[in-house]
Design a protein around this ligand. Sequence first.
Ligand SMILES: Cc1cc2nc3c(=O)[nH]c(=O)nc-3n(C[C@H](O)[C@H](O)[C@H](O)COP(=O)(O)O)c2cc1C
Length: 217
Amino acid sequence: MTQEAQRFFINEDQQVLEEILLHRRDVRGNYFKKDPTSDENINRILQAALSALSIGFFQSREFVMIYNNETKEAIKASFQEDNTKSSHQFSDEKQQKYTQPKLEGNTESPLKVAVFYKPKNEPVLGQTSMPNMGKYSVVCAIQNMWLMARSLNIGMGWVSILVPEKVKTILNVPKENQLIGYLCFGYTDKFYHKPELEIKKWDYKKLQNEVVIQERY
Ligand SMILES: Cc1cc2nc3c(=O)[nH]c(=O)nc-3n(C[C@H](O)[C@H](O)[C@H](O)COP(=O)(O)O)c2cc1C
């Protein structure tokens, strides 16, 4: 039996990965340019998603590619309805920051991708005691897309202030599928050096010693 040679990475590779991780940003709204992203690049981003780890090799993900403006507008309408309700849950000061147009970002980017969790009608290896593992696996695919997109200098944004059932109706999604992410893709000249919410003092970036616990709580 032939064995594929194992790939080892060198210092420069690790530095590139660290750079991509550090400069990955959530991009949205009027920060997207209208120029279409090439099919080749979109395929590379999709291939990155298909390389993601998944519980029991379940590969529980499906992707709806949305270029059509009418579809984007219909989903945007569902965003607007939900955003008004959501913003009232925050203090006045936060509401002002929250309602800035950046959050919307729905029609500007040339491509949207709705990512779904597709459950199985039979037990999944490894998922028997923690049923959410299939959904977490879909998020792993989304993170891979993000890193690949950033390496191609393509911006990506996650819009979660919407009504999943309405999105499902608009996209004619099978009943059992669950919406995990509604993502915007496009070129941008606004990759911030830090999270925008950090720059706008919504919150601060947590330090390692605040979130890493040695041995036990
Ligand atoms: C699951 C998830 C959902 C998100 N949904 C939204 C959203 O609806 N609107 C928004 O403006 N940002 C959304 N974000 C982006 C976060 O606000 C952003 O990742 C965070 O502020 C850190 O910024 P950075 O990604 O640029 O480092 C979402 C991020 C995640 C992980």
